[in-house]
Design a protein around this ligand. Sequence first.
Ligand code: ADP
Length: 293
Amino acid sequence: METTQSPAAPASQMPVANATAASSRTASHAAGGSAVIDCRGVSVAYSGVPALRDVDLGIRSKEITALIGPSGCGKSTFLRCLNRTNDLIPGATVQGRITYHGQDLYAKSVDPVEVRRRIGMVFQKPNPFPKSIYDNVAFGPRVTGMKVDLDEVVERSLRRAALWEEVKDKLDKSAYGLSGGQQQRLCIARAIAVDPDVILMDEPCSALDPIATARIEDLMRELQETYTIVIVTHNMQQAARVSDRTAFFTTEVTTDEGKDRRSGRLVEFAPTEEIFKNPGDPRTEDYVTGRFG
Ligand code: ADP
């Protein structure tokens, strides 16, 4: 980040941020919701080519925030900014300021691995490891050296992911033997096992059938009691069904030295009902009514 300003928070203090998170979460509820993750002027480029420009957006505690918009408008790019997974893409540069519970997420002293533990991610295609169901869920606590009762963490995580009853008698079997929907819930259990605060989901249902999709949507509503969730979805009905707040992004074309440049912009961010029933911007209205996109 080129415009970071806050005093650097040592990586070792990230868990401390978690300790204060519970109280700030409660406070934010009382105050009508302050941002867990706050983004100001966030822009992303790949090898110098702008992909997303100047996004201001606050992710509120224990809400489900949906990111919608046409393909290529930067939804996944923005999502990856929130847990520093763009750091892993060669040539990706992030500018602006992103704070997590008030701490600069991109401060030099912050450990990105710890960031990704606190702010977990579930991907489009279920990606279990070629291991047993048990070992998939135990993986995170093992590699991060969490001093926990693994059996207890595995059971609790699978229960929270609404998968325990279906797998409790075959924990030693390969995760690859599960259906696509079960594999995705296993990936959610794996994300939960390291005790995150926020879960990012990048089109988590796009590879699933309608029944498996409905289960994940129900699960998201249950998880919301414990976690803050951000979901990228190309399915507007899904955003309308599950989210509290929706951000609509679009692609803007600007001309630079005679060349057309396309980059993503945030058009509108509001309570989901408002976005779908009474949008403030004609571009949002065109998109949600299916006239564009
Ligand atoms: P969305 O999720 O809305 O479909 P993306 O965030 O995937 O949009 O992409 C936004 C823009 O950034 C697109 O122009 C895309 O081609 C570009 N982009 C995304 N990922 C990469 C990458 N790893 N390398 C280069 N360009 C990328």
